[in-house]
Structure formats: structure tokens, C-alpha cells
Write a protein that binds this ligand. Structure first.
Ligand SMILES: [Zn+2]
Ligand SMILES: [Zn+2]
Length: 185
């Protein structure tokens, strides 16, 4: 038997997902949360979450399945998808997370400026890193932050995402450090 794995944050691609972006998210998660990361595909298919009328994936049912499938040694799981996500009250979402729970998801689908205007890979990557950390931040109990420069600031558009910085504000950083300490990190 192999020794028990150290606590880590799982990165779980859903469907096809760009390998370079996945690696960049892993690096950023290790930097911000100080946890190891591991790539593990927890959901083989997500047809259960697809809305037949909208054609989009419902993020909430995916989070429930992810949390149920998450192995015990994983502190959190972040799913990554190129598909369009929604929750019933919004046309679309960049991602969703269980506040104080274990599962989060982020999508690249709406992080371009507009359909038909693909952004440079580097710009998309910067936005994805911010939204990935933002959603994982929610799983550590962080809520939306009024500081427009903070990663936990709520953004409606890719341009809003570009405006916020790549770090947590001092207040959110303290809350995160407390949550990490409680999690034994
Ligand atoms: Zn949020
Ligand atoms: Zn903040």
C-alpha cells in the first residue's frame, strides 16, 4: 500500500481543457493557498448537468457530484471547464463555489471579451487565474469583498476581472490564513 497522500487541492478538468492553462492554475493555487495540487478527473461525464433548453451546464449539480466524489485527503476540489456555466438566476457565471464547502468550478467560456472576439491566450490565462482563486477562496469561507482591487471582488464582466489585481486584500488574506490554519495547513 502506498502511504496516505498529503492534504492537497485537486484540480479536476471537466471535458477537454487546455493543458497550459491547467498547469498555470496549479501554480497559482500553490502560490496563493500554499497547498500542493493534484490533477484528478473526478467526473467522466456531465450530461446530468446539461440544461436541454439552454444547452449550458448547471454549475450547482456539478458541485454536488464533485463534493461527493472528492477523496478524503483532498482539502478542496476545483473543477475547470471550457463549457458555458449557469445558475438559474443568472444568464451565465464565470464559476461557482460552495461557501465554506469543498467544491468549486470555474469556466473559461465567458472570460473572452465577446463571442467572436477571442482574446490573447495570456489575457485569458490572467483572468482564469483570478477567477479560479476567487472561487476557491469561497470554499475557504471568503465572501465577496468591497475592495475593487481584491481577488474576492465580484466581477460581472471580463473587463471587471482585468481591473482587479492578482492578490487578496489584507483583510481577505487574514481570513484565508485563519481558514488554512484551521484546515491544518
Ligand atoms: Zn464570488
Ligand atoms: Zn478582500
Amino acid at each position: 500500500m502506498s502511504p496516505p497522500a498529503a492534504p492537497c487541492i485537486l484540480l479536476s478538468p471537466v471535458g477537454a481543457f487546455d493543458g497550459e492553462l491547467l498547469a498555470a492554475v496549479g501554480e497559482e493555487v500553490r502560490r496563493v493557498f500554499g497547498c500542493e495540487t493534484r490533477i484528478l478527473r473526478l467526473l467522466e461525464e456531465v450530461g446530468f448537468a446539461r440544461d436541454p433548453v439552454r444547452g449550458q451546464l448547471g454549475s450547482t449539480p456539478i458541485l454536488e457530484r464533485l463534493a461527493a466524489a472528492c477523496p478524503p485527503e483532498a482539502l478542496k476540489v476545483l473543477a475547470l471547464t471550457e463549457e458555458d456555466l449557469f445558475i438559474p438566476v443568472f444568464t451565465y457565471v464565470f464559476g461557482e463555489a460552495q461557501l465554506g464547502g469543498r467544491a468549486a468550478i470555474v469556466s473559461t467560456h465567458r472570460l473572452g471579451l465577446a463571442p467572436g472576439f477571442p482574446v490573447a491566450h495570456a489575457a485569458l490565462c490572467r483572468r482564469l487565474l483570478k477567477e479560479a482563486v476567487h472561487e476557491l477562496g469561497h470554499t475557504f469561507g471568503l465572501r465577496h469583498c468591497p475592495d475593487a482591487a481584491c481577488l474576492m471582488h465580484y466581477c460581472r464582466s471580463p473587463r471587471d476581472v482585468d481591473r482587479k489585481g492578482g492578490e487578496l486584500c489584507r483583510y481577505c488574506r487574514i481570513l484565508l490564513n485563519d481558514a488554512l490554519a484551521r484546515a491544518g495547513r
